[in-house]
Design a protein around this ligand. Structure first.
Ligand code: CP
Ligand code: NVA
Length: 320
């Protein structure tokens, strides 16, 4: 007879990076997220996660990821438990592997936002429940899942679309590179040499032979005929000391009206937010007709619902 006990014994699935997913997993998540979105808009109350509990361990600030995960689990009938690392015994040196094993006995899933990707990997290794990376210095996988949903909505799909990353080759860019090597994306990255994406991430993605990943330093050349222009802050969380140098080097990578003119006429502009208007993007572009940032942000809610359902209920996903 199936019960929570036997369900817990099934192979659990984590999203430590997008490389934990296969192309089919992405498709399952897109279909379910769009379905959940439409149902939510029609006022249908889905309660698929009644009685389930999502732990959220956050060591860095967050508005969108935190609130959308909290709203997602609540709207699906479950409960979030938010934990700041400074309040946990981790802050007093309790090992991650002990914390992971204990919290696995209380919760159904944990989303973690922290600095070190290794900490997420270690947490996942020792926990018996799904672990979701809610951003590390290296990756931001859930962001790209909801961003692809936005691209599907605005462009009808992501295949054959020219996606151009402009600016700092950061955690979000690294996850885009992962996605390109799974989904076969046509991805361009225009970054200064000193702020290129992680070289191992690029090397491993290129080694798959899937997708096209083109690194450039000239943003104007890169965005030519782009369907999607994507940018992010020049200094990510944890890089506050580097702000002045980064502003100087990344200045030519601002997404402004002049740059946008080089792109396809129906190009959309994306930004994971928070944005620093007047730095990586002008107010004119962020608030302009080609910007989809508010829809993009909303989709975090719908995608996070699909992720939680899929991982907690172990539905149709690799590892089942
Ligand atoms: N895009 C994103 O992850 O935003 P937060 O830092 O506000 O969660
Ligand atoms: N690259 C940014 C993303 C914030 C959602 C950061 O890590 O701060």
């Amino acid at each position: 007879m199936a019960d929570i006990g036997t369900e817990r014994e099934k192979v659990k699935k984590d999203i430590k990076t997008l490389l934990d997913l296969e192309r089919e997993d992405f498709e399952v998540l897109f279909v379910r997220a769009l379905d959940l979105k439409q149902r939510y808009k029609r006022g249908i109350l889905d309660r698929s996660l009644t009685g389930r509990t999502l732990g959220m361990i956050f060591e860095k600030a967050s508005t969108r990821t935190r609130v959308s995960f909290e709203a997602a689990i609540i709207q699906l009938g479950g409960t979030p438990v938010f934990m700041s690392t400074s309040d946990l015994q981790i802050a007093r040196n309790e090992p991650i592997k002990d914390t992971a094993r204990v919290l696995s006995r209380f919760l159904d899933c944990i989303a973690i936002r922290t600095y070190s990707q290794d900490h997420v990997e270690e947490f996942a290794r020792y926990s018996s429940i799904p672990i979701i990376n809610a951003l590390t210095d290296l990756y931001h996988p859930c962001q790209i899942l909801s961003d692809l949903l936005t691209i599907i909505e605005f462009h009808g799909g992501y295949k054959e679309k020219k996606i151009v990353w402009v600016g700092d080759g950061n955690n979000v860019a690294n996850s885009w590179i992962n996605a390109a090597s799974i989904l076969g994306l046509n991805l361009f990255l225009a970054c200064p040499e000193s702020y290129s994406p992680n070289p191992d991430v690029i090397k491993n993605a290129k080694a798959t032979g899937v997708g096209t990943i083109t690194l450039m330093t000239d943003p104007i050349a890169a965005v030519k005929d782009a369907d999607i222009i994507y940018t992010d802050v020049w200094a990510s969380m944890g890089q506050e000391d580097e702000v002045a140098l980064r502003k100087k080097i990344l200045g030519p990578y601002q997404v402004n009206q002049k740059l946008l003119k080089e792109a396809s006429k129906d190009a959309i502009v994306m930004h994971c937010l928070p944005a620093h208007k007047g730095e990586e993007i002008t107010e004119e572009v962020l608030e302009g007709p080609q910007s989809v940032v508010w829809d993009q942000s909303e989709n975090k809610l719908h995608m996070h619902k699909a992720i939680l359902e899929t991982l907690i209920l172990k539905k149709n996903i690799k590892g089942e």
